[in-house]
Design a binder for this molecule. Structure first.
Ligand code: SF4
Ligand code: SF4
Length: 301
């Protein structure tokens, strides 16, 4: 993502993919632009939210009858706090960035939908602003839910996107979301969900509170993407591949982050791939759309 008011100065020779976050941090400079609200969001993410992703745990423990009961309690609280999607899984090496450590054996994946009208204006500042707004709202939800868990006597650690602050990232939020049953990663490199398509931003909470594992819930995205190349054809940075490649032991579509971020910075926001994806449609059209896909695509679940 880009942050309105921050300017990306592209190096001639980008480093290896693993250094993407260092690359971003080194190349952003703040020319002091952006609206007051955007500046507030950036400042609150960095100064207000990130330092509170962990905190003190109550000495009094609430005991649940089962992991499912604990999950229902957390889901109810998270939805009331503003989450649009929530799922549960276990912490595995697969969802942790190499070299990072997280607290807790269980993971809660939380999704927050982006505004469809803002996304339809891609590429341009409305999409950059919307991404920032969504991450700020998502951060406030993650803080509330993790504090709620700690107030019940269990350690909980929030994990938000960290592409523009100096702390290294910890959890691969999209993979955690896949394992928690929220959707599938499509050709455009983002999670595609059955409710909002690819129009969601993701965060994760890890905790010691025992929770169930929803498991993957594929709903035909991989099959659909094998017949569709709209996002790759329309990508303004030619960053989306036609073929899958081997990544962390899995064959997957891997977007070129340098090409993508260059365009994102150039336009002060992108998301053309999200806006043109056939799965990007209003929530009340999704079931109708999925019904049509089920009839058209052989083997569609
Ligand atoms: S992948 Fe392409 S279309 Fe999508 S945000 Fe990046 S540059 Fe824009
Ligand atoms: S535009 Fe087509 S190929 Fe790209 S993610 Fe959406 S469905 Fe898949």
């Amino acid at each position: 993502m880009t942050v309105p008011g921050l300017k990306l100065v592209i190096q001639k020779e980008p480093p290896e993919y693993k250094d993407i976050f260092q690359y971003l941090i080194k190349n952003y400079e703040d020319p002091g632009k952006g609206t007051e609200m955007e500046k507030f969001w950036v400042n609150d993410l960095e100064e207000g939210q990130y330092p509170r992703l962990e905190g003190p745990v109550s000495e009094e423990k609430v005991h649940f009858g089962s992991p499912e009961e604990a999950a229902r309690t957390i889901e109810e609280f998270a939805i009331a706090a503003g989450a649009d999607m929530i799922g549960f899984t276990e912490v595995t090496d697969e969802i942790i960035f190499k070299g990072a450590t997280v607290n807790g054996k269980y993971a809660i994946s939380i999704g927050f939908q982006m505004n469809i009208e803002a996304i339809s204006k891609a590429p341009g500042p409305p999409t950059g602003i919307e991404a920032l707004r969504a991450y700020w709202r998502l951060g406030s939800i993650i803080l509330k839910v993790s504090q709620f868990i700690r107030s019940m006597g269990y350690q909980a650690q929030g994990h938000q996107v960290r592409t523009f602050i100096k702390d290294p990232p910890t959890v691969l939020n999209s993979l955690a979301a896949v394992n928690a049953g929220l959707g599938e990663v499509g050709r455009l490199g983002l999670l595609i969900t059955p409710r909002f398509g690819p129009r969601v931003r993701l965060g994760t909470i890890t905790t010691e509170l025992e929770l169930p594992d929803n498991g993957e819930r594929p709903f035909g995205v991989d099959e659909f993407c094998s017949h569709c190349t709209i996002c790759a054809d329309e990508c303004v940075g030619e960053a989306i591949p036609m073929e899958k490649s081997l990544e962390r032991g899995h064959m997957k579509y891997t977007i070129d982050p340098y090409k993508c971020l260059t365009e994102f910075a150039k336009y002060d926001g992108c998301g053309v791939c999200i806006s043109v994806c056939p799965f990007n449609r209003p929530e009340n059209e999704m079931e109708w759309f999925l019904e049509g896909v089920r009839k058209m695509v052989k083997g569609y679940p």
